[in-house]
Design a protein. Structure first.
Length: 362
């Protein structure tokens, strides 16, 4: 009625294992949002890439894959990996890292939000005590892939694994984190290990402090990663926006998923903030071959990932609607959660309930 129609075209890569089971649930949510609002339209194109594709074609994705994905507003990815048939490093390098690097998705965003006290393994923590968001460097650092093996096999063998921190990328990541802090509680924590990593992390600290000069109203603190792991468990309420390098961010966000109630709630976004290329939205969990086909995969992480996509596409209200409804599922509808979160529902059943809640909330 009246307003211009907004159309979003997403590339969808369901991938392997439970990726194929949770992606359709996320699409059901988007379809409902389209039905309930009269000025937004989602369309999708599916790409059958992943391990089955690898077995047939000898590659994880089409040779011109990146070019095919370029035209989309966003990429939704379930999970890839079939460790019994395809080596993990191929899955990772040829698809996930290929897309993240090819599209310069240098920010990995990971909300760590406790929905209900009953989900938290920490004693005496209230819902508001766990509400942080990680900004993880996603394209270089410790995962640059640079290194070498010298005098291989000999008793003098030496292996090097090089971490790369460019001024350009570090600045962009840190700056992104400051800007995010500006929109939230004006508080930013940086995680390093500058007492032991005397080049990389000292440099990180320097950039962090330099960037901070443009954000005088942001309260900052800096923790070493070992102390940070302790504080996250003891006093998660100390943190709001947290910025960390690739490796430290990877480890700490897994820890974070535990204090928010498990990997079934862990959503992530790989962002290219300049929007030169599409960003990619994928839950933290993998293809979970151990529960594939049982119909018990938790769809919440994938649906929360769609929430992050809507935020990025400028649909903040719809994003909030999803999060509010997920929260209601975890508080009022606990038996409609999947078994990993203590419920008794199937993948489908959890989504059925969530769709009802969304209908009521709109
Ligand atoms: P990857 O290397 O791709 O991260 P992984 O084997 O390390 O894979 P997952 O595939 O995430 O990790 O599985 C880890 C454990 O968590 C498994 O026991 C799996 O069943 C469980 N799990 C992961 N995702 C979900 C989900 N959405 N719902 C329920 N259980 C899940
Ligand atoms: Mg894993």
């Amino acid at each position: 009625a009246g307003g211009a129609m907004v159309r979003f075209l997403s590339a969808v890569i369901p991938g392997d294992g439970i990726g194929k089971e949770v992606v359709p649930q996320a699409i059901r949510v988007l379809d409902l949002l389209e039905e309930l609002s009269d000025d937004i339209e989602f369309s999708y194109r599916y790409f059958p890439w992943g391990s089955q594709y690898y077995i047939k074609h000898g590659r994880m994705m089409d040779e011109n894959g990146l070019r095919k994905l370029e035209e989309f507003d966003a990429i939704l990815l379930g999970a890839v990996g079939l460790p019994s048939l395809v080596p993990d490093h191929i899955t990772l390098r040829e698809l996930l890292i290929h897309i993240r690097q090819g599209f310069d998705q240098y920010i990995n965003l990971r909300p760590i939000v406790l929905l209900d006290e009953r989900d938290c393994p920490l004693k005496g923590k209230k819902v508001n005590d766990v509400d942080m968001i990680f900004v993880r460097e996603n394209s270089e650092g410790e995962y640059s892939g640079i290194g070498g093996v010298f005098r291989e096999g000999s008793s003098e063998e030496i292996v090097l694994q090089t971490a790369v921190f460019s001024r350009r990328k570090t600045q962009k990541v840190v700056n992104y984190a400051y800007q995010l802090a500006q929109k939230r509680k004006k508080q930013l924590t940086s995680v390093t290990k500058s007492n032991a990593l005397n080049y990389s992390m000292v440099f990180w600290d320097k950039i962090f402090n330099e960037c901070g000069e443009s954000f005088p109203n942001i309260k900052t603190d800096q923790y070493h990663v070992d102390a940070m792991s302790m504080h996250m468990l003891r006093s998660p309420e100390l943190f709001d926006v947290v910025v960390a390098s690739n490796l430290f961010g990877d480890i700490l966000t897994d820890l974070g998923s535990v204090i928010q109630g498990g990997i079934g709630y862990a959503a992530a976004a790989n962002l290219n903030p300049e929007r030169t290329y599409p960003s990619m939205f994928e839950p933290v969990h993998g293809s979970a071959p151990d529960i594939e086909g049982k119909g018990i995969a938790n769809p919440v992480a994938m649906i929360w990932t769609v929430k992050l996509m809507l935020d990025f596409l400028g649909q903040g209200e719809l994003a909030q609607l999803i999060l509010k409804s997920i929260r209601q599922l975890a508080t009022e509808g606990r038996k409609f959660l999947t078994p990993d979160c203590g419920g008794e529902a199937t993948t489908q059943g959890t989504t059925d309930y969530l769709l009802q809640v969304i209908r009521k909330n709109i």
